[in-house]
Design a protein around this ligand. Structure first.
Ligand SMILES: C[S@@+](CC[C@H](N)C(=O)[O-])C[C@H]1O[C@@H](n2cnc3c(N)ncnc32)[C@H](O)[C@@H]1O
Length: 282
């Protein structure tokens, strides 16, 4: 069910013009104005009627409008003060279903802001996109409070997230995403859809939490993959040398220490973190 605003809203481009907003490169601003495309993006998480959505970087509010039309309650964090008056008007038009937090998404606890289960939907600013993504994937407790992530990235980053073992794009992001979640590229978005158009293509990744394998410390897995893929051309016995006990643990689970990180599948990374965590714990 879609939920229309109290009164018809002017087209996004007109609103942006009326507020004198121009895209700031420093804030990673590339805006989407095509409302049909935005409605398709807002449909990716499934039925949002009555659901809570946390959005990072609403900017002029194109995606926000689409989420509100889909019936969501939206909590949006925006760092650019110039967008706040326009977002305030949007909140009013949708009877207060939009709450805007004036601040830096890196400093906001999304779980606390949402106050219950929620979805995360965002056209992420490239400068903090990966840092936010890894943070959402690394909480000690699992399943997380978020029910899905629907995130626009540069296509190259999106491909790294879903990459299978042994492919050039497979790396730390692939393991961090795939050990705890099911990830897929839900939509590719041509650079010409943005104002201004970025240099590269974009893609939207959709993730839902999966059952977490037992007995694995996310911080340890994160450290192992950081070391392993930090020197991806080196053998594991070299790249993991700095992690106490890692080389012995490789042997214990039958992973040849002359292999390289990109040949180690997600289940093997998980097994390594489990064995290492167990031995470190006693
Ligand atoms: C790629 S634009 C997307 C804008 C809008 N959602 C759209 O799709 O047209 C990224 C937005 O994130 C905002 N932003 C950048 N860094 C941020 C941060 N650390 N915390 C919150 N918002 C941020 C920018 O000001 C900008 O509005």
């Amino acid at each position: 069910m879609t939920t229309q605003p109290r009164r018809p809203l002017p087209p996004l481009r007109d609103t942006v013009r009326a507020h004198g907003l121009s895209a700031s490169k420093a804030l990673g601003q590339n805006f989407l104005f095509d409302e049909q495309l935005l409605d398709r993006i807002a449909a990716l998480p499934g039925d949002l009627d009555g659901a809570t959505v946390f959005e990072v970087g609403p900017g002029p509010g194109g995606l926000t409008r689409a989420l509100l039309r889909a019936g969501a309650r939206v909590i949006a964090v925006e760092r650019d003060h110039r967008c706040l008056p326009l977002l305030g008007e949007l909140s009013e038009a949708f009877d207060g279903r939009l709450t805007v937090i004036d601040g830096d998404a890196m400093a906001i606890d999304a779980d606390a802001a949402a106050g219950g289960p929620y979805h995360i939907v965002a056209n992420l600013p490239y400068n903090v996109g990966t840092a936010l993504f890894t943070r959402w994937l690394e909480p000690p407790a699992w399943p997380p409070s978020w029910r899905s992530l629907t995130l626009m990235f540069q296509q190259e980053v999106a491909e790294r997230i879903v990459a299978p073992v042994g492919t050039p794009a497979y790396g730390r992001l692939s393991v961090l995403a795939q050990w705890r979640a099911t990830a897929r590229i839900a939509m590719k978005v041509h650079r010409s859809a943005f104002t201004p158009p970025p240099k590269v293509m974009s893609a939207i990744v959709h993730l839902v939490p999966a059952a977490q394998p037992e007995g694995v410390d996310p911080a340890l897995l994160s450290r192992l993959t950081e070391k392993g893929f930090g020197q991806r051309r080196k053998m594991l016995r070299q790249s993991l040398k700095g992690v106490a006990g890692a080389v012995d643990a490789l042997e214990a689970i039958g992973i040849d220490a002359t292999r390289r990180a990109e040949t180690v599948c997600v289940a093997e990374w998980v097994a390594l973190a489990r064995v290492l965590g167990g031995s470190a714990g006693g």
